[in-house]
Design a protein around this ligand. Sequence first.
Ligand code: SF4
Ligand code: SF4
Length: 281
Amino acid sequence: MIISIASGKGGTGKTTISTNLAFSLAQKGHKIQLLDCDVEEPNAHIFIKPKVELKETTSFVVPQIDEEKCTYCGECVRVCAYNALFVAKDKVMFFPQLCHSCGGCAYFCPEKAIFETNREIGEIEAGSGYSIEFAYGKLNIGEVMSPPLIKRLKKRIDEDKVVIIDAPPGTSCPVIEVVKGSDFCLLVTEPTPFGLNDLKLAVEMLKVLKIPFAVLINRWNEEYFEIDSYCDKENISIVMRIPLERKIAELYSEGVLFSKELLEWQDAFCKLFDSIEGLWK
Ligand code: SF4
Ligand code: SF4
């Protein structure tokens, strides 16, 4: 089963949930794989403390122009749907951050003046910690093309295990790349107007993708019930509430899994998994 953990906004505690869910299930004997696909800001490794067994760079095929053959006809510019090429008087300019590696420019160049070369965009580290098979991707600083790195990371999915995927925040392309193919998505939110606003966006995204989902309210308190009202109205299950507690926050700030120290939470996360399975089947 593949469960992605997502949220409409950053800072809701997605990583706390994915790591504690993975840890609690592993403690109870489940075979777990955890993938941190929040490649712009991966931090699950801080909690899992994996023994890294593999490091690999990920690159991306991009065009390179052979100026000797180029006649500056502009065909490649017309072909490129992403505006990654521009022909000046006697130069073809290439903007690598815009290139989606479709290969169209090389295919259609009448002079065969374009060849393909690799551009490194980030790296993947894999290993294990707390009996969890773990991998995460790190996008190079300044790089914007995270989907190819996410795709590479997702190639590691082992469906014989319970796969937990920590998604990037938001509802843009990288999130869609991460959550597509998931059997279930757990949306983590917080009880604030901002949390509710971004939860609504994430719900709309999952409806379009036709992925079953439920909500977890993190830092829950008894003062803001708008999320309950919204979920009630939309018939969305709230499968867990984690209260705003000082001890949990302290353990988080020390990079410690709170379910490792507060043992009652291991059963709570296992019940969460049962609820997810119940909603999925
Ligand atoms: S299509 Fe080929 S020949 Fe024409 S401008 Fe582009 S690289 Fe040069
Ligand atoms: S590979 Fe595709 S996206 Fe990249 S420059 Fe060529 S046509 Fe544009």
